[in-house]
Design a protein around this ligand. Structure first.
Ligand SMILES: [Mg+2]
Length: 167
């Protein structure tokens, strides 16, 4: 059940992922959600996120932001980072993911997607056939509709963990 909603992997944070191993396993490009994945919803880039991109580029990764937000918001976050980006990506449609991969000039199997929401981020990545990691949201204050979504995610996670245990 819910197969397309299950992440390939989970992590506590985008800042707590072994990127070196990903590179060694053949990954060459990383697609990132912004809000609640790299920074709090609506926030500018901070030192931590800027350092992450610098490190990834030094390791040899291509990177691309893929956000459902408007271009102005994505540009503001990207000001000190200067990575590729897809705005109004329309996640969970697979279009934005495939566009990001094309921009990075890599094959889908060389890409990894990192985001915080099962119903948009992970669902879309699975539909696009891109390996993915779901991270815990950075959020501090969340809107009521997001809180409802989190509760539904919690239910999916229960099935997911059960499946992982029984695998
Ligand atoms: Mg997000």
């Amino acid at each position: 059940m819910f197969r397309n909603l299950y992440p390939d992997n989970t992590a506590a944070s985008a800042y707590d992922i072994d990127y070196k191993s990903l590179y060694e396993s053949g990954k060459r490009g990383i697609l990132f959600d912004i809000d609640n994945t790299l920074v709090e919803h609506g926030a500018d880039s901070d030192e931590r996120s800027e350092r992450l991109f610098t490190m990834l580029h030094e390791m040899g990764f291509k990177t691309c932001i893929i956000s459902n937000n408007r271009e102005a918001r994505v540009k503001r976050f990207n000001k000190n980072i200067g990575t590729l980006y897809v705005f109004k990506a329309g996640k969970p449609s697979k279009k934005g993911y495939l566009k990001g991969i094309e921009m990075m000039g890599i094959r889908p199997d060389q890409a990894i997607f990192i985001g915080d929401q099962l119903f948009t981020d992970i669902y879309g990545a699975n539909k696009a056939g891109i390996d993915n990691i779901c991270v815990k949201p950075i959020a501090k204050h969340e809107e009521p509709q997001i809180i409802l979504k989190r509760k539904l995610e919690w239910i999916i996670y229960r099935f997911y963990r059960r499946r992982v245990r029984n695998a």
